[in-house]
Design a binder for this molecule. Structure first.
Ligand SMILES: NC(=O)c1ccc[n+]([C@@H]2O[C@H](COP(=O)([O-])OP(=O)(O)OC[C@H]3O[C@@H](n4cnc5c(N)ncnc54)[C@H](O)[C@@H]3O)[C@@H](O)[C@H]2O)c1
Length: 447
């Protein structure tokens, strides 16, 4: 795959409206601050008045372009070239279709939708309206992934035969109930009925990434997994009837203590950034407000006392059209947090990536190992989130909007729809204990 040449700076910046200016929407908008010649934020919609006003102030958005809900923003004539849809998971389909029909180019947070038929509808609306779609599969855009992609494209590994991929969620993030930070934000993602299954909400990135590395379509999928630990049955007896870590006498001995994780690890060390600003997005972020948030919201609740039903470990096996296979494991019980480990086995060599800054490539012919350190100097990027992935995604989306060329985006409508379908198929396989044939599965969608 050859990367496209960046376009020249446009005469005037692409204009963008932000629908949902929480953690993600606010973050993407910062691209405009760093590159005002490329992007300008001209409108915002969010229920959250403080967030709207903050964004409006920072981007000089006129009051008439501040809305309480994306539906209000979509009810006025088109305001900008593009829209970033960064609302919560259940609020993706309707805005995506509405803004596509209004001919906005769309940056859409993952998952496209929590409903497979709706993913198809979004794809159809985008294609029918001929607008650009970039789904925020940021892992495709990191320096680390780019380095792996370059190695694969150089053919040093030969044909890929198998990929092993691990998502170590991190024991304190993976606790899907008490510490639902960015995965199970606002306490909503621990319960499938209230949000969606965790393979989609969390690991759709990984199914997408494995497919991207494999460079082939998935043919069949199987999956196993369950919620094994975070249940009432496993609550330590010593914790008694406590439901909030702040009142629990066993808290000091519990690795999942909210007090230890949020107060001792962060606020008591004067840290007020992520994840504290998500647990407690109020000014000022201090011990008093955080303690209040831990008492009132699910973040402070005992992990064993929630109505969890999403898995804390899952494996997904995929068989691809090129005959290759992959196995993916998501597990909550890890020291490492989200640094995905990947091993790629080819006919000429083997690659091992640590998910951060070291990729080892062993060449079977020369029997030597080359170590690549992708430039993970993402702290020096204007937007460092996701190892530089947030920045590169925005850049690709803006380039696509400037040129009208969807190909700048490597997480466009078709590839994203496909990998979302694999997630739904894998979850179906897990729940029914079957092997799912993707073509058969798709037939049920396009009746
Ligand atoms: N790409 C990634 O790596 C990544 C990482 C985290 C989250 N996400 C996804 O991004 C999305 C947003 O996540 P977040 O962490 O920013 O959540 P958040 O809760 O911080 O922000 C969501 C915002 O949407 C607003 N909102 C909800 N309904 C709305 C409506 N009808 N109109 C206008 N605003 C509305 C909420 O008030 C909130 O401010 C989610 O779908 C999430 O799954 C993606």
């Amino acid at each position: 795959m050859t990367a496209l040449t960046p376009p020249p700076t446009p005469a005037s910046p692409i204009t963008i409206a932000i629908a949902g200016c929480g953690n993600r929407g606010y973050g993407y908008a910062t691209f405009a601050k760093h590159f005002p010649q490329w992007l300008k934020v001209v409108a915002v919609a969010d229920h959250h008045d403080f967030r709207c006003q903050q964004l409006a102030k920072e981007h000089d958005i006129p009051p008439k372009n501040i809305f309480k809900d994306w539906t209000e923003m979509a009810s006025v004539p088109k305001l900008s070239d593009a829209v970033a849809i960064c609302t919560t998971d259940r609020e993706h389909t309707d805005p995506a279709i509405a803004f596509a029909n209004l001919k906005y180019n769309i940056l859409l947070e993952k998952p496209m939708s929590i409903n497979i038929e709706e993913c198809v509808k979004i794809h159809q609306a985008v294609v029918a309206n001929n607008v650009i779609l970039a789904v925020c599969h940021v892992l495709r855009y990191t320096n680390y992934t780019k380095a792996i992609r370059r190695i694969l494209d150089s053919n040093v590994l030969g044909d890929i035969v198998n990929i092993q991929h691990l998502e170590p969620v991190g024991f304190w993030v993976g606790d899907f109930s008490t510490f639902p930070i960015f995965i199970f934000n606002a306490g909503n993602w621990h319960n499938e009925e209230a949000s969606t299954f965790s393979l989609l909400s969390k690991s759709c990135h990984d199914i997408d990434l494995v497919t991207y590395m494999m460079g082939s379509k998935c043919k069949k999928v199987s999956s196993f997994g369950s919620l094994s630990h975070f249940t009432k049955k496993n609550k330590p007896k010593e914790a008694g009837n406590s439901v909030n870590c702040l009142d629990c006498s066993y808290e000091k001995s519990c690795p999942y203590s909210a007090k230890k994780i949020y107060i001792d690890n962060y606020v008591n060390k004067s840290w007020t950034g992520w994840p504290i600003n998500v647990v407690q997005p109020k000014d000022p972020i201090d011990l008093e407000n955080l303690t209040d948030a831990l008492r009132k919201k699910d973040y402070g609740r005992c992990v064993y006392e929630m109505d969890n039903d999403v898995v804390d470990h899952q494996v997904v096996n995929m068989h691809f059209e090129n005959g290759s296979t992959s196995s993916f494991t998501m597990v909550a019980f890890t020291e490492s947090m989200c640094d995905r480990k990947t091993r790629i086995f080819g006919t000429l060599g083997e690659l091992e990536g640590d998910g951060a800054d070291t990729i080892k490539v062993f060449d079977f012919l020369t029997q030597t190992t080359k170590v690549v350190h992708p430039s993970t100097d993402s702290d020096n990027l204007p937007m460092s989130g996701h190892g530089g992935g947030d920045f590169s995604l925005m850049q690709a989306f803006v380039y696509a909007c400037v040129t009208g060329n969807q190909n700048y985006v490597i997480s466009g409508p078709q590839e994203t729809l496909d990998t979302h379908i694999y997630c739904f198929a894998a979850e179906h396989a897990r729940k029914t204990g079957t092997v799912v044939d993707i073509d058969e599965f798709k037939k049920s969608l396009y009746k």
